[in-house]
Every structure is written in C-alpha cells, then in structure tokens.
Design a binder for this molecule. Structure first.
Ligand code: MG
Length: 190
C-alpha cells in the first residue's frame, strides 16, 4: 500500500465481504474463541467464523497508516457498514476475532480495535453513509466502500466510490478499488 493518496474513509460491509457467512442466519450465539486462536471464532454449534485470508493484513496496514500519518488529511478512518439483523452478534464477533501480529513485538489485537466507526443495523446503506458523513464530517467523495451486494451501489448517489467484491475483499480487489477511487479523484481535480 504505497504511492498515491488514500481516501479519508474506507468502509467495508461484513457478510461475504470480510467473512464468508451471514452472521444473522448462519450463526447462533454464544460465540467463543478457542484460547488465543488467530482469526477464528466458533459459534454455539462449532461453525467457524474467520475473515477472508487477506483481510487481517489489509485492515492492519490501513490502521497503522492512520496512526503514523501526519495530520488529519492523511488519516484514514476505517468503518464497518452492515445491514445485518444481528448487530450484537456481529459486534461480538469483531470483538473476539484476534488479528495476527504484523511484528514480533506486537500484542494480538481484536479486530474491533481496527475499526474507527461501526454502522451495523438493518436498512438502506444510504442511511449508514449519511450517519458516517454527519459524524466524521468527511465528504462523500473521500469515501471508498467495498461490498459484495450490487444493490448497495445506491450509495454512489451520495458520491461514495462503491466497489463490488462478489468473492469478498482480497489484496487484488482492494488495490483495484483504491485505483478506481484515485482515478475518480484525479478526474475531479482536472
Ligand atoms: Mg454482504
């Protein structure tokens, strides 16, 4: 993740964008994590919940970038935007999923700590993004959003860059999304 400017906010849907299930229909609480298992949570019936392979690294790198960036313009806010009917279960899962360490010294960190904003409740994602905009003051054209469902492209009406990821987020789709956002911004500037 180097070279070029970053959006001021990057948002991710949860179901089938970061993990391969619907948290409200495929999972039953209570959730638990086997000891210090990395990127692995089990539900009541032993169903495994994990982020897709490339997701921990993408989130951690974005998060670290924000921490070392100099000035507000450089910081990237990370948001989760989901319309799940099980918001408590989704939050609990994010709180339990441990992310691998990027360095030997780092302590293991639950995924939820990588997110600056959580918009998790049913309804049109227009609502989720309006709430993000109001709370952060970040313009819509500074927002990049990854989602596996085409219907959520409606957020483009606001000016958000929407990236359809039918097989979930991975390094390739993340970079493509970033490039698309940069292309649009350079058109805005010209
Ligand atoms: Mg989804």
């Amino acid at each position: 993740m180097s070279g070029g400017r970053f959006p001021r906010l990057v948002a991710f849907d949860l179901d089938y964008t970061l993990w391969d299930l619907w948290i409200d229909t495929h999972v039953s609480g209570p959730l638990r994590r086997p000891e210090k298992a990395i990127n692995k949570v089990l539900d009541r019936d032993g169903e495994v919940i994990s982020f897709y392979k490339d997701v921990p690294c993408i989130l951690q790198t974005l998060h670290q970038r924000g921490r070392v960036a100099d000035g507000e313009e450089e910081k990237t806010v990370i948001a989760a935007c989901s319309r799940t009917h099980a918001p408590d279960l989704a939050r609990r899962c994010l709180g339990l999923l441990l992310m691998p360490s990027l360095t030997k010294e780092a302590t293991l960190q639950p995924a939820i700590e990588l997110f600056d904003e959580l918009e998790i409740y049913p309804g049109s994602k227009l609502k989720h993004f309006r709430a993000l905009h109001e709370r952060t003051g970040i313009p819509y054209n500074e927002m990049l959003f990854f989602d596996d469902e085409r219907r959520n492209i409606e957020v483009e009406k606001l000016g958000v860059t929407f990236v359809l990821v039918p097989s979930g987020v991975n390094q390739k789709s993340f970079q493509q999304g970033l490039s698309e956002w940069r292309r649009r911004r350079s058109e805005d500037d010209s």
